[in-house]
Design a protein around this ligand. Structure first.
Ligand SMILES: Nc1ncnc2c1ncn2[C@@H]1O[C@H](COP(=O)(O)OP(=O)(O)OP(=O)(O)O)[C@@H](O)[C@H]1O
Ligand SMILES: [Mg+2]
Length: 244
């Protein structure tokens, strides 16, 4: 069975190169993702996966290359403008404001984004990600899975068209990873979001990704359906053997 076909990509980068402190971190990297699609990105530690997200989300400006949303060149747009266009991002560490309650975090998220986001939007987002904790609980009391869910709810309530997830399974046990797996599927397959997931937990990506791109030393060294990518000798040499 071939890889499922998706429509025109909504979000892409093309020939992106990034140097930081005189070091080449990303090297002529191109990726794209379509609505309803889950693109997995793997690579050894230091391959440049998080740096790629910094470029895609607008924190770093690449020295070369372009980032596009639909057909618009957004390479020069700052983070907050990209967020308003519907690009959402999660971080490797699920850092929550510990001084606020869960309800206050959700309120701050909706007020920060737009006055038209109501309690209903927040409740809908919590339902979507399966966050079931009392609103008056301090956010700092949440364990990792619920922190990740809370931060995701804060993003999802504004219905982004692109979601970038940096290691959503980090720090979770297998049964919790199944929950993340289900959430990512809902975002892409039911909500139609274009999702890019960076992950070291290959079992998660093998289960949910439509396509996988492999990075090493800032370059994309392979891309394709999971079953093909995991068999690629260059990938095995660069990733599995190193990681084993
Ligand atoms: N601000 C910075 N200044 C200089 N070098 C940096 C900076 N940020 C990251 N790097 C370097 O860029 C390289 C890629 O880092 P990055 O965090 O993007 O890798 P990664 O693939 O996300 O790794 P991991 O799997 O460990 O999260 C690393 O060698 C890192 O040390
Ligand atoms: Mg990283």
């Amino acid at each position: 069975m071939g890889a499922p076909a998706f429509g025109k990509p909504i979000f892409s980068c093309e020939g992106v190169s990034l140097s930081l402190g005189g070091r080449r971190i990303l090297d002529q990297l191109s990726l794209s993702v379509a609505p309803h699609e889950i693109l997995g990105v793997i690579g050894p530690n230091g391959a440049g996966k998080t740096s790629l997200f910094e470029v895609l989300s607008g924190r770093y400006r690449p020295q070369q290359g372009k980032v596009r949303l639909r057909d618009e060149d957004i390479t020069a747009l700052p983070i907050h403008k990209r967020a308003r266009l519907g690009i959402a991002r999660t971080f490797q560490s699920p850092v929550v404001p510990t001084a606020l309650t869960v309800g206050e975090v959700l309120k701050a998220a909706r007020e920060a984004f737009s006055p038209w986001l109501t309690r209903h939007h927040a409740e809908w987002a919590c339902h979507l990600v399966g966050l079931k904790v009392p609103e008056d609980l301090p956010a700092g009391a949440l364990e990792t899975l619920n922190r990740r869910k809370l931060l995701l709810a804060c993003l999802v309530m504004r219905r982004p068209c692109v979601v970038l997830m940096d290691e959503p399974a980090a720090g979770l046990i297998n049964s919790e990873i199944d929950e993340i797996d289900a959430i990512v599927r809902v975002l892409a397959k039911e909500m139609g979001m274009a999702v890019i997931v960076v992950e070291h937990r290959l079992e998660l990506l093998a289960a949910i990704a439509d396509r996988i791109a492999v990075m090493d030393l800032g370059k994309k060294i392979a891309e394709g359906a999971p079953e093909h990518v995991f068999e690629d000798p260059a990938v095995r040499a660069a990733y599995f053997d190193v990681a084993a």
